[in-house]
Design a protein around this ligand. Structure first.
Ligand SMILES: Cc1ncc(COP(=O)(O)O)c(C=O)c1O
Ligand SMILES: [Zn+2]
Length: 390
């Protein structure tokens, strides 16, 4: 197996600047926007088919040809990805959903989908000779980074708001990261991490500010296709913070269509945010290309407490092109529905995961989703990390 990664390309409309995957890059130098890894699709088509996947290991590196790490010995793998998709029959019956599913990302190493992004980013960092990494995190990304840094022999620094979930703080320390708690929100943590990176000559792995975390997240899209036997569901509901998940899945669908693995059918993509921090919801409804900073952001779901997203235009583009939409929901409903999901399905969701079910009910009442569609809820994490809320 080999990677067919070719280059990095700026995603901003009208820019398209190219960069090398063999040098350290962050955002586009010309316009300051997000870079995406691009692959030699024609060669991948010649070298493999989707049927070849059957015999590969059940983790996200099974899509190695479409991953950005060139030398397999640089891959830091803890078994991330290939999480199960459960048919949620008990939960579905309550409101009359006939084909409701949950992808349980809580079963990843360090119990969240953040493992995917960190596995990809730190493996590539290792390949590029980076030894020290720093990052701001609302919660789960910190624990994931600490674990992958430990496994890959990298030195990790994390900047977190001091109200980040206790488990995320403890797991980071446990895995040997140096933790800095700050007075402020994730964007303030981002600024401090960035300054620290400049001062100490460290690499900053902030969401979408380095190009490879979304390559890990995109594997959720590959898996959804593979696990639904190459026929994507009608609607995917995603709890959105920085947006790498939704943006990554959208990228995966395009890549798979050019590979000939799926057709042109796309799911409607839906973003769920909390009413106390809903910049993407607001921008979608106001039909703008970018989202404004959300002042005084507040929600109990730490992963959705993201007042400004560097990839806002990519999230909004995916929502619009897919014919999907948005919903803002109350924290109270999210917490109540953690219990409903756990007690009907036996899946212990993160509040962010429970938010997708609350959002679904709202979207159905607004006639944006029909109850008989094939619907996939993304449970991005685990209730175990949020015992303060239980
Ligand atoms: C459990 C959980 N769900 C969702 C999110 C938001 O993810 P994204 O940045 O992909 O929008 C996060 C981010 O911290 C998270 O930890
Ligand atoms: Zn650019």
């Amino acid at each position: 197996m080999r990677s067919y990664v070719v280059e990095l390309e700026c995603t901003y409309p009208g820019c398209g600047e190219k960069y090398s995957v063999d040098e350290i890059n962050k955002l586009c130098i010309k316009c300051g926007r997000v870079l995406y890894a691009r692959y030699d699709i024609e060669s991948v088509k010649k070298s493999m088919s989707k049927e070849d996947l059957v015999n590969r290991d059940p983790n996200m590196w099974r899509y190695f040809e479409m991953m950005p790490v060139k030398d397999p010995s640089n891959v830091i793998c803890l078994g991330e990805g290939f999480t199960p998709i459960f048919r949620a029959e008990n939960l579905g019956k309550i409101e009359g959903y006939t084909d409701l599913h949950i992808k349980d990302e809580g079963l990843n190493p360090t119990a969240s989908f953040k493992a995917r992004g960190m596995s990809a980013a730190l493996s590539k960092a290792k390949e590029l000779g980076i030894k020290n990494v720093t990052m701001p995190s609302a919660g789960n990304a910190a624990g994931a980074m600490a674990a992958y840094a430990a496994a890959g022999n990298l030195d990790a620094h994390v900047f977190m708001p001091k109200d980040a979930p206790i488990m995320n703080q403890k797991e980071s320390i446990l895995a040997g990261a140096s933790l800095n708690l700050i007075d402020g929100l994730i964007n303030d943590a981002g600024r401090l991490s960035n300054e620290f990176a400049d001062k100490e000559n460290l690499f900053d792995v902030s969401t979408l500010k380095e190009p490879y975390r979304q390559e890990g997240k995109k594997t959720m899209g590959y898996e959804i296709a593979e696990q639904f036997d190459w026929e994507l569901p009608d609607s995917i509901i995603y709890p959105t913070g920085g947006g790498t998940g939704i943006v990554g899945m959208w990228k995966a669908f395009d890549e798979m269509e050019s590979l000939g693995w799926i057709g042109s059918k796309r799911p409607k993509m839906f973003t769920i945010q909390a009413t106390g921090c809903a910049p993407i919801v607001k921008a979608f409804e106001e039909n703008t290309q970018h989202a404004e900073l959300w002042e005084n952001a507040s929600t109990k779901a730490a992963g959705m407490r993201v007042p400004v997203a560097v990839g806002d235009y990519l999230i909004l583009q995916a929502l619009r092109e897919s014919g999907g939409g948005v919903a803002a929901i109350e924290d109270e409903d999210m917490i109540d529905n953690m219990k409903l999901i756990a007690s009907t399905q036996g899946i212990l969701p993160a509040p962010e995961g429970a938010a997708t079910y609350v959002g679904l009910n709202k979207l159905v009442s607004e006639k944006k989703i029909d109850k008989d569609e094939t619907i996939l809820l993304m449970n991005t994490g685990s209730a175990y990390k949020y015992f303060e809320l239980m």
